[in-house]
Design a protein around this ligand. Structure first.
Ligand code: SF4
Ligand code: SF4
Ligand code: SF4
Length: 251
């Protein structure tokens, strides 16, 4: 349907918005990659990432960081998640995983036809309590800019439904950048229970076979903090990416 509508828009002479253009480029990049055309894939990937940096990119944030954003953002509203709607066909009433922040929410309140499902306003305290619940459920918090540097959305995501995580992990296209932290393991504290492995959506943790201890690949870690929260033995801590020489530029 999305493709058909794009074709219709071309015929009607409707100029697509920059986000639609970026999605179109990503689609072409993935096709080029599937066909083994590495040169074209790299060109299109670079183009899409540049557009994202200027207009609409996301970054992984921890629960503590996203709660701080709730303290300075207003208004705050829950919204229906576009990715889950597209990839899983979730109905709006079971799909309120996204959050919109800022004055745009008043527009969508007045013209609900411009955003399916409408907006559900929350106080900052309600928003923080709800974020704690979705963190406990294992969802990754991300913020998204809508015209850099304006942060317009907070998302609570899961692979593979999340288009941002999927584009990054499956196709190497970076609309979503890593967070400010990296998870480090204290092997002496680790019991090898494996709870952190299940928690990590970025395939950064596994259980080492001989010692039966967790091991974290810091180059794969996006710094979401979900493993740290889940570990009951305080074996994982988050450290600032920029304090680690080899990872400081790994976004
Ligand atoms: S980025 Fe996350 S919450 Fe936002 S639309 Fe995608 S999956 Fe939904
Ligand atoms: S949750 Fe903690 S104790 Fe369990 S495997 Fe992971 S790091 Fe080790
Ligand atoms: S290792 Fe931990 S902090 Fe890093 S991405 Fe996985 S769950 Fe998140």
């Amino acid at each position: 349907m999305f493709r058909l509508r794009k074709e219709e828009m071309k015929k009607e002479g409707v100029v697509p918005d920059i986000q639609t253009m970026a999605e179109d480029i990503i689609e072409q990049a993935i096709r080029a990659r599937d066909l083994g055309d590495t040169k074209k894939y790299m060109e299109l990937k670079t183009q899409a990432e540049k557009m994202a940096q200027n207009v609409h990119f996301g970054q992984v944030v921890t629960l503590e960081q996203v709660k701080k954003i709730m303290d300075i953002a207003y208004p705050i509203a829950r919204l229906s998640c576009v990715c889950r709607r597209r990839s899983r066909g979730f109905k709006d009433d079971e799909n309120f995983f996204c959050m919109g922040i800022g004055v745009g929410m008043y527009k969508w309140e007045r013209w609900p036809e411009s955003y399916r499902g409408g907006v559900h306003f929350m106080t900052p305290e309600e928003a923080k309590a709800w974020l704690e619940q979705v963190n406990e459920a294992g969802l990754v918090h991300t913020f998204w800019v809508f015209g850099t540097p304006y942060i317009g959305g907070i998302c609570n995501c899961e692979y593979p439904a999340c288009i941002g995580i999927r584009n990054r992990l499956d196709y190497g296209i970076s609309m979503l950048v890593k967070g400010e932290y990296v998870a480090l393991l204290d092997r002496d504290m680790c019991t090898g229970c494996g709870l952190c492995v299940e928690r990590c959506q970025f395939r950064a943790i596994n259980i080492e076979r001989t010692m039966l201890k967790a091991q974290i690949n810091p180059f794969r870690c996006f710094g979401c903090g979900l493993c740290e929260k889940k570990c009951k033995h305080n074996a994982i801590k988050l450290v600032e990416r920029e304090s680690l020489a080899g990872l400081a530029q790994e976004w």
